[in-house]
Ligand binder design. Structure first.
Ligand code: SF4
Length: 329
């Protein structure tokens, strides 16, 4: 009996990644998904897709890999802090390593030729494949007939003539193919990676320039929570903007960080570094008080708690105009 060919397919959960799985399975190939997780993108959409497709999913922590690519992007950054070419290459490399470990035959991705002008033109796809170190075991099933044939195609493990010839930004062919396969729930094409967002990129750049990365990466995870304000080269504060964010900050901030609240009125939890100087602490309390719901005129009581106990200050809330210059993004 012939051995069934097995492919490991990158599964972000987007439509293209789901279609790649479907067209391979249509050719009798056993497909499992591989999804990457980091502080900038989670595995949830991939998990939902794997469930809908009925395939096994492997989730890989990509935090250290993506932080390395963000800091040293060999092929540059996209519009924000997104090192897409290097990121794709390393994702494929990690998929290749898992492929070898699990005894699979090749790797697949949902990349479509020329869908993104910079990171998915023919040259970029070639760079990604070469840098992944698994160039000859990589198949892009949605554009395979338009790309150089790799080993799985040369060896006839799949019939390239039966694969789509998708190219360009027009999504209509993908949507038609989704109907053919009965795919209904798939996320919108853009979005899902914080590194592509300009405002988030500014916060990450600020962190790298002023603080560097916490060993346990806490300050990276905190980037997606609350308002981030820089008071000086050494002091950044984070102000929760809703109850849920206050809870998250309480849970995720470093144990040594100071917590500032205005106990007499509803308002934010503010996180400040333990080594904050007195002048900056006064300012942090005044900013925190600006976001508290003030019921009467006059100074506001601010309580500062840390590992060594708590103390209180009375501060005048800063005006919105005076807070503005401190915003990082
Ligand atoms: S959008 Fe984000 S996850 Fe996707 S390739 Fe670019 S950096 Fe990587």
């Amino acid at each position: 009996m012939e051995k069934q060919v097995k492919a490991l397919s990158l599964l972000s959960g987007g439509l293209d990644s789901q279609l790649a799985v479907c067209v391979l399975r249509e050719q009798g190939i056993h497909v499992e998904g591989i999804t990457f997780s980091s502080p900038f993108f989670g595995p949830e959409k991939g998990t939902a897709a794997a469930r809908a497709l009925g395939i096994k999913q492997h989730i890989i922590d990509f935090t250290e890999d993506i932080l390395e690519q963000v800091q040293h992007p060999a092929h540059g950054l996209g519009g924000a802090m997104n090192p897409c070419i290097d990121c794709h290459a390393v994702m494929i490399r990690r998929a290749g390593e898992l492929m070898e470990k699990l005894g699979f035959d090749f790797i697949a991705t949902g990349e479509v030729l020329a869908q993104r002008p910079m990171s998915q033109n023919k040259q970029s796809l070639g760079v990604v494949a070469r840098c992944s170190k698994y160039e000859d075991l990589l198949v892009r099933p949605l554009s395979a007939p338009l790309l150089p044939p790799t080993k799985p195609i040369r060896e006839g493990w799949l019939d390239v003539e039966k694969l789509p010839r998708f190219s360009g930004r027009n999504r209509t062919p993908q949507i038609q193919l989704a109907e053919h396969f009965g795919l209904k729930d798939y996320p919108a094409p853009a979005g899902g990676c914080l590194l592509t967002e300009e405002r988030f990129g500014k916060k990450l750049r600020d962190l790298l320039e002023h603080e560097g990365l916490d060993t346990d990466r806490t300050n990276v995870w905190l980037l997606s929570i609350g308002r981030h304000l820089r008071l000086s080269d050494r002091v950044k504060i984070i102000v929760g903007s809703c109850k849920a964010e206050n809870e998250l900050l309480r849970e995720k901030a470093r144990p040594e960080d100071l917590r500032i609240v205005c106990p007499d009125q509803p308002g934010p939890l503010t996180i400040a570094p333990a080594d904050i100087d007195e002048e900056a602490l006064q300012l942090a309390c005044a900013i925190s008080a600006r976001y508290a719901k003030k019921s009467k005129p006059g100074p506001v009581r601010a309580r500062i708690s840390g590992p060594d106990g708590s103390r209180e200050l009375f501060v005048e809330p800063l005006s919105p105009d005076d807070v503005q210059p401190y915003f990082i993004a």
